[in-house]
Design a protein around this ligand. Structure first.
Ligand SMILES: Cc1cc2nc3c(=O)[nH]c(=O)nc-3n(C[C@H](O)[C@H](O)[C@H](O)COP(=O)(O)O)c2cc1C
Length: 266
């Protein structure tokens, strides 16, 4: 039977050598949010193995957005440095280097899976979490502080800054984590978003996806207008199978794709 799996796949200026993609997979192994040699080998070996695209795991855009204390981050230039090394190596092996940006929202401040998972107190390195409404993820979990307009704007800026760092570090494909109950997801689920029109002014709709669209439009603006990188596209679930894996029905993948030849354009 004919298969397309090992045929190239083109998305604007980015061509994957095949349709095998390595999903972002949290390793919970980044002290201070920094990528280590573990990540170089873990991701680099997948590129050597022949994958078409290799994603760096969910990378927090601010420390508060980590799931666990040793999550990957991209909230400073120092974080970009070891990631740039990984992007260079992945690309040198013929795979497209990709990264996922994330904010854990009310599911932050938890222990690594092998330490039992679940919420951890400040005394064990935990931190206050944020969300659309003061509703914890589950009994005994932290109650998120509801984000006001200023808080949303600040997180949006952090997504933008991290996206710019990812671009400058050599990543050619950016994904926003908007699933698994993390911050963006929590804004478009009525289970976690009980905001009313007045509580989230100046946004129009009560249970809207305002944060998601704010962040997206902000990133689109910075990628495709200000930076003159007309490479921005949004894909929804159902687009050809690069991201292989089961998703919740409400999952939305938002991907910004850029040309490797335009990284210094301004
Ligand atoms: C160890 C591990 C870490 C994961 N980390 C992430 C992540 O950082 N971001 C994400 O969107 N999904 C993450 N996932 C979900 C995977 O990307 C994938 O969607 C999921 O494993 C379903 O695909 P599968 O059916 O091929 O396993 C993770 C999965 C595993 C097993």
């Amino acid at each position: 039977m004919a298969t397309h799996l090992f045929t190239p796949f083109r998305l604007r200026d980015v061509t994957l050598r095949n349709r095998v993609g390595v999903s972002p997979m949290c390793q919970y192994s980044s002290p201070g949010g920094l990528a280590t040699d573990w990540h170089l080998v873990h991701l680099g070996s997948r590129a050597v193995g022949g994958a078409g695209i290799v994603f760096v795991e969910a990378s927090a855009v601010e420390p508060r957005g980590r799931i666990s204390p040793d999550d990957m981050g991209l909230w400073s230039d120092a974080h970009a440095e070891p990631l740039a090394r990984i992007a260079r190596f992945v690309e040198s092996q013929g795979a497209v280097p990709a990264i996922q940006l994330a904010h854990a929202g009310r599911k932050g401040s938890t222990a690594a899976p092998w330490k039992g998972g679940g919420p951890i107190p400040d005394s064990e390195g935990g931190w206050p979490v944020v969300g659309p409404s003061p509703i914890p993820f589950a009994d005994g979990w932290r109650v998120p502080e509801p984000l006001d307009t200023t808080g949303i704007a600040s997180i949006t800026r952090n997504f933008r800054a991290a996206a710019a760092r990812a671009r400058d570090a050599g990543f050619r494909f950016l994904e926003l984590h908007a699933a698994h109950g993390y911050l963006l997801h929590s804004f478009y689920s009525p289970l976690s978003n009980r905001r009313t029109a007045s509580s989230q002014a100046p946004h129009r709709a009560g249970k809207s996806i305002c944060t998601m669209s704010q962040i997206l439009s902000s990133l689109m603006a910075s990628y495709s207008c200000r930076r003159r990188l007309p490479r921005a596209r949004i894909f929804c679930q159902g687009w050809p199978g690069i991201r292989i894996g089961a998703r919740s029905p409400s999952f939305v993948t938002a991907s910004l794709i850029r040309s490797k030849h335009r990284s210094t354009a301004s």
